[in-house]
Design a protein around this ligand. Structure first.
Ligand code: MHO
Length: 228
């Protein structure tokens, strides 16, 4: 095979949803308890380009899952501001947890990390609105973003990594785990497996996900059995 066709060949495997990912993205960072679930929820959200899980909000250096210090499990997403706004993501954040709940462990605290003044203003305003509408103190923290420590690879796209057949296809497309981590397709499929998104969104997405046809029915059976 000539060099050119090898390049074309490997390029042709890249999911069209990844090829069409926006170049100009903005970042949204939040904590909603165990990071596996919000990774899924945001992963199926239209306009979300990529997701990653990690640790933020603490003071210790280089936290790891087993040596977290005072950090919080956090999800960070890059999104296309032409498709979804910060306000919409914020609304998903507020409706995905009970803001008055007192957390039992800092690891699972809920927090919104703002990246700029616009995000800070909206986060504080919506927090105050919620507080007066529920008549209770909001425990959710609004934190000035400083640093995000990427979690161990086994926590990334956690639900997807439980399905070897799907992972084999992604590894065939992307030999490096960091490329799977950055894939919109992988973020979506992880989300569907984790119980988010519905069958019509999935059917609409499927042709762009870069997976083989026999994975369509397999994923559909998971999506039907497991919605939240
Ligand atoms: N409920 C999960 C928590 C994992 S999470 C990444 C467990 O099995 O311990 O904190």
């Amino acid at each position: 095979m000539s060099q050119t066709s090898t390049i074309l060949d490997s390029k042709s495997k890249i999911p069209t949803i990844d090829l069409s990912a926006a170049n100009k993205v903005e970042t949204f960072t939040c904590a909603l308890g165990c990071f596996w679930a919000p990774d899924c929820k945001f992963g199926v959200t239209k306009g979300v380009v990529r997701t990653r899980v990690g640790y933020a909000g603490g003071t210790t250096d280089n936290p790891t899952y087993h040596n977290l210090g005072d950090h919080i499990e956090t999800v960070q997403i890059d999104y296309d501001p032409n498709v979804i706004s910060f306000e919409e993501l914020l609304s998903i954040f507020w409706t995905s947890h009970k803001p008055s709940r007192v957390v039992w462990k800092r690891q699972y605290a809920t927090a919104l990390f703002f990246h700029n003044e616009h995000q800070e203003k909206l986060a504080r305003e919506t927090r105050d609105e919620i507080s007066s509408s529920i008549g209770e103190r909001v425990q959710t923290e609004i934190i000035d973003f400083t640093k995000f420590y990427l979690a161990e690879m086994y926590h990334q796209k956690y639900h997807l990594q439980g399905y070897e057949g799907l992972m084999a296809e992604y590894r065939d497309i992307y030999p490096e785990m960091t490329d799977i981590l950055n894939s919109t397709s992988a973020a979506r499929v992880n989300g569907y497996i984790g119980g988010y998104g519905d069958i019509s969104q999935f059917e609409n997405d499927f042709p762009a996900l870069g997976l083989s046809e026999d994975k369509e029915n397999f994923l559909k059976s998971i999506i039907k059995n497991n919605r939240r």
